[in-house]
Design a protein around this ligand. Structure first.
Ligand SMILES: Cc1cc2nc3c(=O)[nH]c(=O)nc-3n(C[C@H](O)[C@H](O)[C@H](O)COP(=O)(O)O)c2cc1C
Length: 219
Protein backbone atom coordinates (compact mmCIF):
# COMPACT_ATOMS: atom_id res chain seq x y z
CA UNK A 1 0.00 0.00 0.00
CA UNK A 2 2.90 2.35 0.92
CA UNK A 3 4.30 1.88 -2.59
CA UNK A 4 0.90 2.42 -4.19
CA UNK A 5 0.37 5.87 -2.68
CA UNK A 6 2.88 7.78 -4.91
CA UNK A 7 1.49 5.97 -7.95
CA UNK A 8 -2.10 6.88 -7.12
CA UNK A 9 -0.99 10.45 -6.41
CA UNK A 10 0.79 10.61 -9.77
CA UNK A 11 -2.28 9.36 -11.65
CA UNK A 12 -4.52 11.79 -9.80
CA UNK A 13 -2.22 14.75 -10.35
CA UNK A 14 -1.61 13.89 -13.99
CA UNK A 15 -5.36 13.85 -14.54
CA UNK A 16 -5.56 17.38 -13.06
CA UNK A 17 -2.93 18.75 -15.47
CA UNK A 18 -3.25 19.75 -19.09
CA UNK A 19 -5.17 17.08 -21.01
CA UNK A 20 -3.17 17.75 -24.18
CA UNK A 21 -0.69 14.98 -25.02
CA UNK A 22 2.74 16.64 -25.07
CA UNK A 23 4.58 16.55 -28.40
CA UNK A 24 7.25 13.80 -28.39
CA UNK A 25 9.73 14.29 -31.24
CA UNK A 26 12.55 11.76 -31.56
CA UNK A 27 16.06 13.14 -32.14
CA UNK A 28 19.39 11.96 -33.56
CA UNK A 29 22.66 12.17 -31.66
CA UNK A 30 24.26 14.64 -34.07
CA UNK A 31 27.31 16.78 -33.19
CA UNK A 32 24.96 19.65 -32.37
CA UNK A 33 21.52 18.93 -30.94
CA UNK A 34 19.34 21.99 -31.43
CA UNK A 35 16.96 22.04 -28.47
CA UNK A 36 13.43 23.38 -28.59
CA UNK A 37 12.07 26.17 -26.42
CA UNK A 38 10.04 24.98 -23.41
CA UNK A 39 6.26 24.96 -23.68
CA UNK A 40 5.37 26.87 -20.52
CA UNK A 41 1.76 25.75 -20.65
CA UNK A 42 2.42 22.03 -20.14
CA UNK A 43 3.50 19.92 -17.18
CA UNK A 44 2.16 19.71 -13.65
CA UNK A 45 2.05 22.73 -11.36
CA UNK A 46 5.07 23.39 -9.14
CA UNK A 47 3.09 22.23 -6.09
CA UNK A 48 2.12 18.99 -7.83
CA UNK A 49 5.76 18.44 -8.86
CA UNK A 50 6.89 19.06 -5.28
CA UNK A 51 4.40 16.48 -4.06
CA UNK A 52 5.77 13.89 -6.51
CA UNK A 53 9.54 14.55 -6.32
CA UNK A 54 11.44 11.45 -5.28
CA UNK A 55 14.78 9.84 -6.14
CA UNK A 56 14.53 6.94 -8.62
CA UNK A 57 17.07 4.15 -9.01
CA UNK A 58 15.40 2.15 -11.80
CA UNK A 59 15.44 3.35 -15.39
CA UNK A 60 14.57 1.97 -18.80
CA UNK A 61 17.00 2.57 -21.66
CA UNK A 62 14.29 4.43 -23.60
CA UNK A 63 15.49 7.77 -24.95
CA UNK A 64 13.89 11.02 -23.91
CA UNK A 65 12.00 12.95 -26.60
CA UNK A 66 13.57 16.14 -27.95
CA UNK A 67 11.02 18.11 -25.92
CA UNK A 68 11.91 16.29 -22.70
CA UNK A 69 15.67 16.61 -23.28
CA UNK A 70 15.21 20.31 -24.06
CA UNK A 71 13.10 20.84 -20.96
CA UNK A 72 15.62 19.08 -18.73
CA UNK A 73 18.52 21.19 -20.03
CA UNK A 74 16.48 24.40 -19.76
CA UNK A 75 15.50 23.51 -16.19
CA UNK A 76 19.15 22.86 -15.30
CA UNK A 77 20.77 25.93 -16.77
CA UNK A 78 18.57 27.60 -19.37
CA UNK A 79 18.39 31.37 -19.77
CA UNK A 80 15.03 32.52 -18.43
CA UNK A 81 15.68 36.29 -18.56
CA UNK A 82 17.31 37.18 -21.89
CA UNK A 83 17.97 40.79 -20.83
CA UNK A 84 20.32 39.78 -17.99
CA UNK A 85 21.27 36.32 -19.37
CA UNK A 86 20.50 34.93 -15.93
CA UNK A 87 19.45 31.32 -15.64
CA UNK A 88 16.59 29.25 -14.25
CA UNK A 89 18.90 28.42 -11.31
CA UNK A 90 20.54 30.99 -9.04
CA UNK A 91 24.32 31.38 -8.79
CA UNK A 92 26.36 32.94 -5.96
CA UNK A 93 27.49 36.41 -7.10
CA UNK A 94 26.05 35.55 -10.53
CA UNK A 95 29.39 33.97 -11.43
CA UNK A 96 27.90 30.88 -13.12
CA UNK A 97 30.91 28.58 -12.75
CA UNK A 98 28.89 25.41 -13.44
CA UNK A 99 29.14 23.71 -16.80
CA UNK A 100 26.57 21.04 -17.51
CA UNK A 101 27.67 17.93 -19.41
CA UNK A 102 25.18 15.38 -20.75
CA UNK A 103 26.45 11.79 -20.91
CA UNK A 104 24.36 9.93 -23.49
CA UNK A 105 24.58 6.57 -25.30
CA UNK A 106 26.25 8.37 -28.21
CA UNK A 107 28.56 10.92 -26.74
CA UNK A 108 29.20 13.51 -24.10
CA UNK A 109 27.67 16.91 -24.81
CA UNK A 110 28.22 20.30 -23.25
CA UNK A 111 25.10 22.40 -22.81
CA UNK A 112 25.42 25.86 -24.35
CA UNK A 113 22.76 28.01 -22.72
CA UNK A 114 23.30 30.95 -25.10
CA UNK A 115 22.25 28.94 -28.16
CA UNK A 116 20.17 26.39 -26.18
CA UNK A 117 22.06 23.58 -27.90
CA UNK A 118 24.01 20.51 -26.85
CA UNK A 119 27.48 20.40 -28.39
CA UNK A 120 29.18 17.00 -28.59
CA UNK A 121 32.64 17.19 -27.02
CA UNK A 122 33.48 13.45 -26.92
CA UNK A 123 32.06 10.61 -29.02
CA UNK A 124 30.99 7.24 -27.62
CA UNK A 125 29.19 5.90 -24.58
CA UNK A 126 30.93 7.07 -21.40
CA UNK A 127 27.95 6.83 -19.06
CA UNK A 128 29.83 4.44 -16.75
CA UNK A 129 32.23 7.27 -15.89
CA UNK A 130 29.35 9.56 -14.95
CA UNK A 131 28.18 7.25 -12.15
CA UNK A 132 29.12 4.47 -9.77
CA UNK A 133 25.76 2.68 -9.70
CA UNK A 134 24.56 0.31 -12.40
CA UNK A 135 21.14 1.87 -12.90
CA UNK A 136 22.84 4.93 -14.41
CA UNK A 137 24.97 3.04 -16.93
CA UNK A 138 22.01 2.35 -19.22
CA UNK A 139 19.77 5.30 -18.36
CA UNK A 140 19.33 7.64 -21.35
CA UNK A 141 20.73 10.76 -19.69
CA UNK A 142 23.31 11.42 -17.00
CA UNK A 143 24.21 15.00 -16.22
CA UNK A 144 27.54 15.95 -14.69
CA UNK A 145 27.97 19.37 -13.13
CA UNK A 146 31.56 20.65 -13.34
CA UNK A 147 32.71 23.94 -11.84
CA UNK A 148 35.16 26.20 -13.66
CA UNK A 149 36.99 27.35 -10.53
CA UNK A 150 38.69 30.23 -12.36
CA UNK A 151 35.41 32.12 -11.97
CA UNK A 152 36.26 32.63 -8.30
CA UNK A 153 39.74 34.05 -8.94
CA UNK A 154 40.48 37.48 -7.46
CA UNK A 155 37.63 37.28 -4.96
CA UNK A 156 39.76 36.48 -1.92
CA UNK A 157 37.80 33.30 -1.18
CA UNK A 158 39.39 30.27 0.45
CA UNK A 159 39.40 27.18 -1.81
CA UNK A 160 36.93 25.56 0.64
CA UNK A 161 34.53 28.50 0.34
CA UNK A 162 34.77 28.47 -3.47
CA UNK A 163 34.03 24.73 -3.54
CA UNK A 164 31.14 25.23 -1.14
CA UNK A 165 29.61 27.92 -3.38
CA UNK A 166 30.07 25.77 -6.50
CA UNK A 167 28.32 22.91 -4.71
CA UNK A 168 25.41 25.14 -3.77
CA UNK A 169 25.07 26.35 -7.36
CA UNK A 170 25.09 22.80 -8.73
CA UNK A 171 22.52 21.66 -6.17
CA UNK A 172 20.17 24.36 -7.45
CA UNK A 173 20.61 23.22 -11.04
CA UNK A 174 20.02 19.61 -10.04
CA UNK A 175 16.92 20.38 -7.99
CA UNK A 176 15.44 22.33 -10.90
CA UNK A 177 15.86 19.15 -12.96
CA UNK A 178 14.36 16.98 -10.22
CA UNK A 179 11.27 19.18 -10.16
CA UNK A 180 11.06 19.39 -13.95
CA UNK A 181 11.22 15.58 -14.07
CA UNK A 182 8.55 15.19 -11.40
CA UNK A 183 6.30 17.56 -13.31
CA UNK A 184 6.79 15.82 -16.65
CA UNK A 185 6.37 12.15 -15.80
CA UNK A 186 10.13 11.53 -15.81
CA UNK A 187 12.40 10.00 -13.17
CA UNK A 188 15.52 11.62 -11.73
CA UNK A 189 18.09 11.36 -8.96
CA UNK A 190 20.81 13.70 -7.75
CA UNK A 191 24.08 11.80 -7.30
CA UNK A 192 27.33 12.54 -5.56
CA UNK A 193 28.81 9.25 -6.75
CA UNK A 194 30.72 9.19 -10.03
CA UNK A 195 34.23 8.66 -11.38
CA UNK A 196 35.30 12.27 -11.06
CA UNK A 197 38.99 11.99 -11.98
CA UNK A 198 38.22 9.91 -15.09
CA UNK A 199 35.54 12.38 -16.15
CA UNK A 200 37.96 15.31 -15.90
CA UNK A 201 40.55 13.39 -17.92
CA UNK A 202 38.01 12.43 -20.57
CA UNK A 203 36.91 16.05 -20.95
CA UNK A 204 40.47 17.42 -20.75
CA UNK A 205 39.49 19.57 -17.77
CA UNK A 206 42.07 18.42 -15.21
CA UNK A 207 43.27 21.97 -14.58
CA UNK A 208 41.07 24.47 -12.73
CA UNK A 209 37.91 22.37 -12.75
CA UNK A 210 36.09 20.41 -10.07
CA UNK A 211 33.40 17.80 -10.53
CA UNK A 212 30.63 18.85 -8.21
CA UNK A 213 27.57 16.67 -8.73
CA UNK A 214 25.87 14.25 -11.09
CA UNK A 215 22.29 13.29 -11.89
CA UNK A 216 20.40 10.64 -13.79
CA UNK A 217 17.23 11.43 -15.74
CA UNK A 218 15.04 8.98 -17.61
CA UNK A 219 11.85 6.97 -17.71
C1 LIG B 1 24.02 15.85 -2.80
C2 LIG B 1 23.31 14.52 -2.97
C3 LIG B 1 24.03 13.42 -3.37
C4 LIG B 1 23.38 12.18 -3.53
N1 LIG B 1 24.10 11.12 -4.00
C5 LIG B 1 23.49 9.95 -4.25
C6 LIG B 1 24.20 8.85 -4.84
O1 LIG B 1 25.37 8.96 -5.18
N2 LIG B 1 23.53 7.72 -5.05
C7 LIG B 1 22.21 7.55 -4.72
O2 LIG B 1 21.66 6.48 -4.95
N3 LIG B 1 21.50 8.57 -4.18
C8 LIG B 1 22.09 9.77 -3.95
N4 LIG B 1 21.38 10.83 -3.46
C9 LIG B 1 19.93 10.68 -3.24
C10 LIG B 1 19.60 10.53 -1.75
O3 LIG B 1 20.02 9.27 -1.30
C11 LIG B 1 18.09 10.73 -1.58
O4 LIG B 1 17.76 12.06 -1.89
C12 LIG B 1 17.64 10.38 -0.18
O5 LIG B 1 17.73 8.99 0.05
C13 LIG B 1 16.20 10.81 0.10
O6 LIG B 1 15.32 10.20 -0.82
P1 LIG B 1 14.37 11.04 -1.78
O7 LIG B 1 15.26 11.88 -2.68
O8 LIG B 1 13.59 10.05 -2.57
O9 LIG B 1 13.52 11.92 -0.94
C14 LIG B 1 22.00 12.07 -3.28
C15 LIG B 1 21.28 13.20 -2.87
C16 LIG B 1 21.92 14.41 -2.73
C17 LIG B 1 21.11 15.61 -2.32
Amino acid sequence: MKRLIPLLLAVLLASCGSNQTPTATPFEYTDTIVLVQPDLSEGLTINQALALRASSREYSAEALSLEQLSGVMWAAAGINRPESKHLTAPSAMALYPIRVYAFTPEGVYRYDEMSHTLQRVVEGDHRELSAAQEFAYTAPLNLVYIADMSRYEGLNLTPAKAEFLAGQDAAGYAENVNLYAAGHNLKAITRGSLKSAEVLTLLDLEKGHTVVLAQTVGK
